[in-house]
Every structure is written in structure tokens, then in C-alpha cells.
Design a protein around this ligand. Sequence first.
Ligand code: MLT
Length: 389
Amino acid sequence: MNINKNYENLEQSYLFSTVAKKVSEFSSKNPDKKIIKLGIGDVTLPLCKKVIDAMHKAVDEMGVQATFRGYGPEQGYDFLRKAVQGYYKTHNVELDLDEIFISDGAKSDLGNILDLFNQDNTVLVPDPVYPVYVDTNIMAGRKVIFIDANGDNCFLPLPDKNVKADLIYICSPNNPTGAAYNREQLKAWVDYARGMGAIILFDAAYECFISDKEIPHSIYEIDGAKDCAIEFCSLSKMAGFTGTRCGYTIVPNALGKLNKMWLRRQTTKFNGVPYIVQRAAEAVFTEEGQKEIKENLNYYKENAKIISETLKKCNVWHVGGKYSPYIWLKCPNNMKSWEFFDYLLENAQVVGTPGSGFGNNGEGYFRLTSFGSKENTVEAMARFEKLFG
Ligand code: MLT
């Protein structure tokens, strides 16, 4: 038996597990202190009414012989795929039903998609970015190269024709910086990928925060993207499904074999998302569902404003919060990311995510999420102001 030695090249634990462990240690040593968690991007508002009603109805159906469901189609029920198809139409993107694959979330698919690609592919990853892209490729022993995202390029790096890559990750709006590519910039990535025969793995998990016509929700809004991009999205941030689990991946038929390979992979290794969850997800895409989730998204956007206003008052450099639930800030007093994490936990009992956990260029930065309750966000910011105001 030989174990996968590539695991030795990973950080000892996944970023958010390390954060959770540190918080839990602090909490057991300081049981009387109220900790406010603005670290992992986990939602706090409950599922909206339309979704809950659909779920209840589906639960009842499961208890009646005539409407009970066993195994469903691995790639998702047609009713949900049609709802996703309709949602893309609102962004002027036409998809065939067999290009839409329902999953239990973007994170799993972003890792699982790598089954389709050889180990000898070179992977291009922006730095900083969601750590799953790097970790899953390290596990598979693939060569990962980085493109710098920093203040000089407003955290939106553009392709360099001299760099050769086979798989390219783009997350827009970006986790952790909240920066989002406009059409022209995304077109540059599409042209680069097509010119090189590369595939873009486009993570659209935060598209629901976009409210500006200049910023595409989907990479398929760009001409030629269906020839070179796979898109991942999730209802986690859009509709509060972090615990409910549902997402979708688009593998265009224009990518040739890849669409059928993904179907083959999913039918072999995945048994689909529960019927009850898929009915809940379908409700998100109804007119009422969309209205209700927008109210929740606006609530989080208000929190982002509260965070941003406090940081302004404290003269702390920051971006984000406009197209994403994340505020990306420079650690005060030139502290390093983990140093600031410890300082803030110790002195204000506020938890954030160290920027260095998203890549080397994140060192000296810190991420706060607007997914907390308003009450906690206000309190966290009052504590912050006490320290740095
Ligand atoms: C984050 O905090 O970056 C996300 O919540 C992690 C995730 O979506 O898996």
C-alpha cells in the first residue's frame, strides 16, 4: 500500500478548519467572552418562506406512495435544470438542459472536476484566492503556478501571453477580495484561454451580489466562453443554502468530450442531490423566491456598509463589499495576517480570516464577512473602533 504522498505538500489543515480550531481553543480558555464570528463566509439568515414552503411540500410528497421518490437522475431533476436554464436566460445566456449538472455545491464540483484532467496539466491560479483551487490540485500532484493579484492591478490580474497554462481558475466576484472583472477584462481571459487551448474553471459563487450591468454574472456572457469555460455556482451564498447544499455546474457541449466525461463521472461517483433539496432550490428561481432572497442579500450588503464605514473612520485601507459579502482590509499597524487574527481575537473577540490563508499576496491583509447578523456586525465594529479608532 502506498499512500498519496502529495498530501505531504499541503498545509497541515484546511484554512477554515485552522481558524475554527483556534477559535474553539480561545473559547474554552475564555468561556465568559462573547466571540463574534466574521470569519468563514457562512450565512446567518434563515431560508426564505418560498423555499421553506417548497421543502415542506416535498417532505409530504416523500411520505405518500404515489409521490415518493427514490434515486433521482445523478445530474439533477429536469424541473431544477429548467429553473437554472431560465435563470441564465435572465443574463442572456442560452444553455441546453444537458449542459446543466445539479450538485451538492460548488466546492465539491470544483474539486471533483479535476477527475477529467491529466496530472501533467499546468494550473494557473490567481493569488490570493479561495484555497480549494490550490489544495485540490496539490492533492493530485499537479503543477500550480500563480498570477499576482495586488493593489497595483486592483486585485484583478489579466493574462500574460508568455505564461503557458492548461487549467485557469477565475473567481469573479473574487473570494477573498470582492474584486469583479468587467466584460472587457473577462474577454481578455477568454481570448487567452482559447488561444492556448486551455480551460477556464469559472467560479461564479458570488454572482448574486452583482448589481452593476458592466459586470457579467456568468462567463458565458462573453463571446467564445462556451468553447473554453466550465462554470460553477451555488445556492449557498445566493439563497442561504450553506447547510442545505445545492449548486450547479455548467459544462457546455461546445467543450466536446468534457460534457460526456462529466456525465460519466457523476453517474459513477455521485447519486444526486436529495429531491427535497432540489424542490427547495427550484423555489429560489421563482419570481417570489428571487424577491425574497434579494431582501436577504440587501441585508448582508447593509452589513458590508457598516463594516466599511467603521474601517473608513479608523483609516484602515479596504476594498470589497460591493459585489461580494467580503471586505478585504490591510491589517492595521503593519501586522501580519495571523498576528492580526490573534490580536483581534484576544482583544476584541472578533474572528476574521487571515489574508495569507488565501495565498502569499494575502499576507498583511485580512477578510471580514458581512454574513453575520446586523446586531453582531454593529457590535464587532464598535469593538474594532475601540481598538483602532
Ligand atoms: C469562505 O468563507 O471563503 C467560504 O465560505 C468557503 C466556502 O464557500 O467553502
